[in-house]
Design a binder for this molecule. Structure first.
Ligand SMILES: [Zn+2]
Ligand SMILES: [Zn+2]
Length: 172
């Protein structure tokens, strides 16, 4: 069992300068909203690997890696989709090192792991959540699932309504 941590105390590792450590944790990632749909992140407690290195001088270099699935409605065929997303992120926090070296996720010695994991996941997530990359979607006319209906699925083109009117007239 790994501990579920929303926040992680970097100071608690008591690393000496130049020392690094790899830690396994799990974190809950808040659902994402894509194209107006809500997507849960699975598993509920995502196992993550956190690498912490204490830099020369002061501060930390951090690396976060995990794989999680975006679970919700396929944007094309509306069935269940859960594409896996691989996340690899780095942060540096060096107090007094200027804005670029000031990680928004580190406050003092406390790492906001939940916020970092969520943002990194959102950046790595596909723009379109699909059940599969090649999902054929739904027929725009009858809403049949084209993954099942196959490429032969076809509708006769609608007849021009003006011609339909004419044929009605003939019948009278
Ligand atoms: Zn689909
Ligand atoms: Zn159709």
């Amino acid at each position: 069992m790994t501990a579920t941590a929303d926040e992680f105390d970097l100071g608690g590792l008591r690393l000496s300068v130049g020392e690094g450590r790899r830690i396994r944790l799990s974190v809950r990632i808040e659902p994402l909203v894509l194209g107006g749909e809500r997507y849960e992140i699975e598993p509920e407690r995502v196992p993550v690997q956190l690498e912490v290195s204490r830099m020369t001088g002061s501060g930390y270099a951090l690396r976060l890696g995990f794989t999680a699935a975006l679970t919700g409605q396929c944007m094309r065929c509306l069935k269940q989709a859960s594409p896996e997303v691989e996340v690899e992120a780095r942060e540096v926090d060096r107090p007094g090192g200027g804005e670029e070296l000031d990680s928004p996720y580190v406050d003092g010695e406390t790492l906001d792991l939940a916020a970092w994991a969520r943002d990194a996941f959102a950046l790595a997530a596909p723009v379109k959540a699909l059940c599969k990359e090649s999902c054929a979607g739904l027929c725009p006319i009858c809403a049949a699932d084209l993954n099942e209906a196959g490429p032969e699925h076809y509708h006769e083109p609608e007849r021009d309504p003006r011609w339909a009117k004419l044929s009605e007239l003939k019948l009278e």
